[in-house]
Design a protein around this ligand. Structure first.
Ligand code: HMG
Ligand code: MG
Length: 331
């Protein structure tokens, strides 16, 4: 039967904010995550355990994780919170916080909220995310090493995270276009890297169209190639940046292929520091409206999401980039 359930992964607090120059107060970030958790989302990317010299905006991710474990996070659904951790240093920094609150998070996905109707606090599941690249040039810029070296580094990170009861997401960036090598990224290389990461134990592969260069035909070609290589649709999430305005059409192509997990960013916030000119992820408001118009079920409250988009873009001094968000609010 037709499966109309779609999982949205909200990446605004990480991908959306990582590129902001001015330091965003911790309280604002926590308020953002808490508000998002009350919209019906079940997955939120909340921060990043990377070098503070490289991405200073994410340097208080330990405080975010600690606050959430200390105070609990009211949510409508079981909630999984995700943090980037590209190496053992990053994983160790996350694990040091988790070790202080062993009873405040759940293994795997989060537990049911204590009182779903009132949006009670639940124990969140914790996920870490590693990030590879589909091209050598992007790998060097983003990770300071080759693709092969990055995979070697991820293996023990993934293993240790899984041993610790954490979920693991593995991104592959620039799958549909590289700022340094152009639009024609080899889909077979992507399939090979994805297979490698799944064999290492990753629970999910997130395919990043970092530059937004993806087109409908090449999205279809990529997903066909992955399926032929034996990668299951249920193990794949699509992560579209909307630089060229193609994210929703590429989402439609992915849906038709059978993908049911999509990343988006409230208010369309974002951009990657190592991808010059790239804009934000597709806006969550646009994604919810579009998916629901196709008869899909996101479980997300669009009005609440639109309010958050207007609030957070104002808070960080960005233009509000969600077409749907603005329409819903009559702005
Ligand atoms: P490196 O410089 O090669 O690493 O960085 P290193 O091991 O030589 O360490 C250098 C210094 O960084 C040392 O400190 C380490 O302790 C420190 P020093 O001795 O000089 O004082 N360090 C760390 N500190 C905190 N946390 C850590 C960490 N690791 C090392 N985890 C590394 C390698 C990957 C860490 C570095 O290049 C880095 O952090 N890069 C940032 C990459 C990043 O965050 N990019 C943006 C996110 S990815 C993205 O946006 C794409 C995505 O959205 C999908 C898509 O759109 O395609 C996910
Ligand atoms: Mg991204």
């Amino acid at each position: 039967s037709f499966n109309n359930r779609v999982r949205l992964v909200e990446v605004g607090p990480r991908d959306g904010l990582q590129n902001e120059k001015a330091t965003i107060p911790l309280a604002t970030k926590i308020q953002l995550i808490e508000r998002l958790a009350r919209t019906g989302l079940s997955r939120i990317e909340a921060g990043s355990f990377v070098s503070p010299k490289w991405v200073p905006q994410m340097s208080n991710s330990s405080d975010i994780l600690e606050h959430i474990l200390q105070s609990g996070i009211p949510s409508l659904n079981p909630l999984t919170l995700s943090f980037l951790a590209p190496n053992i240093t990053g994983l160790n920094n996350a694990s040091a916080i988790l070790a202080k609150y062993p009873d405040e998070y759940a293994a795997g996905e989060g537990s049911e909220p204590l009182s779903a109707s009132s949006g009670g606090a639940s124990k969140p599941g914790i996920e870490i995310a590693v990030f590879a690249a589909a091209t050598e040039a992007f790998s060097q810029k983003n990770l300071n090493c080759s693709v092969a070296e990055s995979l070697e580094r991820f293996a023990p990170v993934i293993q240790a995270a899984k041993d610790g009861g954490l979920r693991v997401r593995a991104y592959i960036s620039v799958v549909l276009g590289c700022p340094f090598e152009g639009p024609n990224v080899d889909p077979h290389r992507v399939a090979e890297i994805a297979t490698n990461l799944l064999e290492m134990g990753a629970d999910e592969i997130a395919l990043g169209d970092t530059t937004g260069m993806g087109t409908a035909p090449r999205t279809k070609e990529l997903l066909t190639c992955l399926s032929s290589a034996g990668v299951l649709n249920e193990d794949v999430a699509m992560h579209f940046h909307d630089t060229y305005g193609q994210a929703l059409i590429n989402t439609a192509v992915s849906l038709e292929h059978g993908i049911r997990t999509f990343d988006s960013s409230v208010g369309g916030l974002g951009g990657c520091p190592y991808s010059p000119g790239a804009t934000g992820n597709v806006a969550t408001e646009d994604m919810v409206y579009f998916l629901e118009s196709l008869g899909m079920d996101t479980g997300v409250d669009l009005d609440a999401m639109a309010d958050i988009g207007a609030w957070i873009t104002k808070e960080v001094g960005r233009t509000h980039d969600s077409t749907v968000g603005k329409a819903v609010l009559g702005a």
